[in-house]
Design a protein around this ligand. Structure first.
Ligand code: SF4
Ligand code: MG
Length: 333
């Protein structure tokens, strides 16, 4: 398929004071095809939400190239482009409790984008459109006049989805849309997002803090650690055989349904805490927690490169030159 979004070496740094720069996103590259879902996974503070907010231009990128639908949007953009992005890219947020204005009715919430982008639409037409959108997300027009507090978490997330869909965007950034919901509701929301994607050819960036649910929606998954992507692969390949030690650790934190497999599998336990994004370790930024760290890991920053078709990883264990220098056996080949 055709790429909808191409990101090259994107950075978003925040200057906190004269001496301190928080490198939330520190040089990431990936692309998303039309109609695809890319999962973006990492612990809190790894920069994944900042990626979403930088792509949708809630934040201005510090540097890097971003191309969306053939438009270059990495640097300065004019008001027309900004307006177009506000329409074509929508966000669904983690917390359906705080992302909906408590003083607005469902109709007002869902039609906000329509009022901005289709100002000529008659109120009656708009109401009709809102009712259609509510049906689409599994609610109905009897909900239209109510307020957010009258709904459950799952229903509120449906309202958030209806709001995002109102202007018929192409691309949706879903920032941990199920993290605040009961497990039983999570699958419903994931299924709804998948159905909507199939019917409308939507493209998703689906952000999550662990690997437990993302596989059900993602075609490919990018794993982030401390502002960079450490591994990117097709979902199945990633779960089948994670290459980066961090991906291995994230996966081994999820219990396996089969108790025999659970008992016998190799656990990767991480030591220490995630370093601060204001003070990133030299070389491989994962080395302070990596059980496989070697001398080269402190000295050389691993290159994010393709080790198999469609599969990229940033780790010296897969680099023949470094492994030869370390006198160790190359992983994986
Ligand atoms: Fe671990 Fe070294 Fe690979 Fe980094 S480069 S993940 S420290 S083995
Ligand atoms: Mg976040």
């Amino acid at each position: 398929g055709e790429d909808l979004l191409v990101v090259k070496d994107l950075k978003k740094h925040f200057r906190l004071d004269r001496k301190t720069v928080l490198k939330a996103v520190d040089g990431i590259s990936f692309s998303i095809k039309k109609g695809e879902t890319l999962g973006l996974v990492g612990e809190s503070g790894c920069g994944k939400s900042t990626v979403g907010r930088t792509l949708t231009r809630i934040y201005e990128p510090t540097s890097g190239e971003v191309e969306f639908n053939g438009m270059k949007i990495g640097g300065r953009i004019d008001r027309g482009t900004k307006r177009r992005l506000n329409h074509d890219m929508q966000m669904i947020f983690q917390d359906p409790y705080s992302s909906l204005n408590p003083r607005m009715t469902v109709t007002e919430i869902v039609s906000e984008g329509l009022v901005i982008h289709n100002p000529d639409m008659k109120p009656k037409e708009r109401d009709k459109r809102v009712h259609e959108l509510l049906e689409l997300v599994g609610l109905n027009k009897s909900h239209a006049g109510r307020y957010p507090h009258e709904f459950s978490g799952g229903q509120r997330q449906r309202i958030g989805i209806a709001r995002a869909l109102a202007v018929e965007p192409e691309f949706i950034v879903a920032d941990e849309p199920i993290a605040a919901l009961d497990v039983s509701i999570q699958a419903q929301i994931v299924n709804l997002l998948k159905e909507l994607q199939k019917d409308r050819g939507l493209t998703y960036l689906f952000i999550a803090h662990d690997l437990s649910m993302v596989k059900y929606i993602s075609d490919r998954i990018a794993v982030m650690y401390l502002g960079t992507i450490v591994e990117l692969a097709e979902s199945e390949a990633l779960y089948e055989k994670p290459l980066h030690p961090y991906t291995q650790a994230l996966l081994s934190a999820i219990p396996l349904p089969d108790p025999d497999k659970e008992r016998t599998r190799e656990q990767i336990i991480l030591s220490g805490d995630v370093p601060s994004p204001t003070d990133i370790p030299s070389g491989c930024r994962f080395r302070t927690r990596c059980p496989f760290a070697m001398d080269s890991c402190a000295a050389v920053d691993p290159v994010f490169r393709e080790v198999e078709p469609g599969r990229q990883v940033a780790c010296h264990l897969y680099d023949p030159e470094i492994m030869a220098k370390e006198g160790r056996e190359l992983q994986h080949q």
